[in-house]
Design a binder for this molecule. Structure first.
Ligand SMILES: [Zn+2]
Ligand SMILES: [Zn+2]
Length: 423
């Protein structure tokens, strides 16, 4: 591309999206690998669904009064005239896939996870993207409060293995269809009395879903919400007992938590347990992950009456609080001279790669000095030297770049040296 081509201007990433480049992607890979390893220890299996879904799925699944549906969906009409939405969250997709394939009829426990991109057509701002990434955890068909506690314990364990410190775990119960309507009415009448002191958004919520006033970040709304009646006092007996057992299992696991009665979470479908893990280092938008139980969602989808529970964790946010910065350097750089040297280099690269050693061969013809310079720039741990002598003898020179030492040997000998040093 010539220097005059304004490539950057014409072909930039879409607003609110971002490339994850080598140098940064290693952190993502480490997080993903550690997450997979840990959640699979708890019996979760990956379930991948398409990025695009019919729009109705989210209108039905997320609740028509939630902000995601009313403001933030990335929706477009495809060439066939269908309304398509880039998934704004994962739970509805998961529920759809389960019903479509009747996974509920299989003998395996219904424990699923997924890590991947989600989309919200929100105003892009620092740390918030239109394409962002989530870890999503879901369990279906498990009523026992032990699973609520186990999921929270797993989320806590995950953050700990990733080295996240200074977190706080908040838990609450938002009741069920039997006990929440009375609470909503109570809340509505309280909110109505202070209507003037609430933001326009919250005034709208008084009629649609007063519980969501608790989610508002506006200071005035938070002050008012703190004075509203607490849901904990109006839970039905079943919800109260369920929550007491969740807390007792958390005590058993020795997970530190705080009961936060204002924690209702932004989505309409939650029942009983809700939870969040917050990080002190993130300011007002401080939730690293959040989730809860959704016992009626499957039924509302027209499926069987099976309950669900899960959480979603924002990967960007998580990475922003991580200390790990793994870097990747070239392991073995193969320097050679002449056509025969190049051919031998290509052959030996194949040998080392097959034995698990990352190898790069210089394709162009450069002097050894230039090749060593390049190996240095790449941060290569080892340089293998192939000249005429080496080819004739079948013995090659391996230079340990950090130590500055050089060893001669057969490819097998040198492989052993590299492998031994790795350990
Ligand atoms: Zn209840
Ligand atoms: Zn508000």
């Amino acid at each position: 591309m010539s220097a005059e081509t304004p490539a950057k201007k014409e072909l930039a990433a879409i607003k609110g999206t971002k490339d994850i480049l080598p140098g940064e992607v290693e952190v993502w890979q480490a997080v993903e690998a550690e997450t997979r390893r840990l959640v699979e220890l708890y019996g979760y299996r990956e379930l991948r669904t398409p990025i695009i879904e019919p729009t109705e799925l989210f209108e039905k699944g997320t609740g028509e009064t939630s902000d995601i549906v009313t403001k933030e969906m990335y929706t477009f009409t495809d060439k066939g005239g269908r309304s398509i939405t880039l998934r704004p969250e994962y739970t509805p997709s998961m529920a759809r896939a389960i019903l479509e394939h009747r996974l509920d009829l299989l003998p395996e426990p219904m424990r699923y996870y997924y890590i991947g991109p989600m989309f919200r057509y929100d105003k892009p701002q620092k740390g918030r993207y239109r394409q962002f990434h989530q870890l999503d955890i879901e369990v279906f068909n498990e009523k026992d409060p032990a699973i609520d506690a186990e999921i929270i314990e797993m989320a806590d364990a995950l953050l700990r293995t990733l080295g996240v410190e200074g977190t706080e775990t908040l838990v609450n119960s938002v009741g069920c269809r039997a006990c929440r309507p009375a609470y909503s009415r109570d809340l509505r009448s309280h909110a109505e009395k202070v209507r003037d002191r609430l933001c326009p958004d919250c005034r709208r919520k008084i009629a649609t879903n007063p519980l969501r006033i608790f989610d508002c970040k506006v200071e005035g709304c938070r002050e008012q919400a703190a004075l509203f009646p607490k849901i904990t006092a109006t839970l039905c007996q079943e919800c109260r007992e369920h929550f007491a057992r969740v807390c007792s299992y958390l005590d058993l696991y020795k997970v530190a938590y705080r009961v936060e009665p204002n924690l209702v979470r932004g989505l309409d479908y939650y029942t009983k347990t809700t939870f969040e893990i917050i990080s002190g280092g993130l300011g007002a938008q401080n939730a690293l992950l959040g989730g809860g139980r959704y016992d009626d969602m499957m039924k509302d989808f027209g499926g069987p009456d099976i309950c669900g529970i899960g959480f979603a964790m924002g990967v960007e946010r998580l990475i922003s609080v991580l200390q790990i910065r793994p870097e990747r350097k070239t392991v073995l750089y193969i320097a050679h001279m002449g056509d025969a040297g190049k051919r031998k280099g290509l052959e030996l690269a194949r040998f080392f790669r097959r034995n698990g050693v990352e190898s790069l061969v210089e394709f162009g013809s450069k002097g050894f000095k230039a090749q060593f310079g390049r190996a240095n720039k790449l941060g290569a741990a080892w340089v293998l030297v192939i000249g005429e002598d080496e080819i004739r003898k079948g013995l090659y020179q391996l230079k340990d770049m950090a130590a500055g030492t050089q060893t001669e040997g057969t490819p097998e000998d040198l492989l052993k040296i590299i492998q031994d040093k790795k350990i």
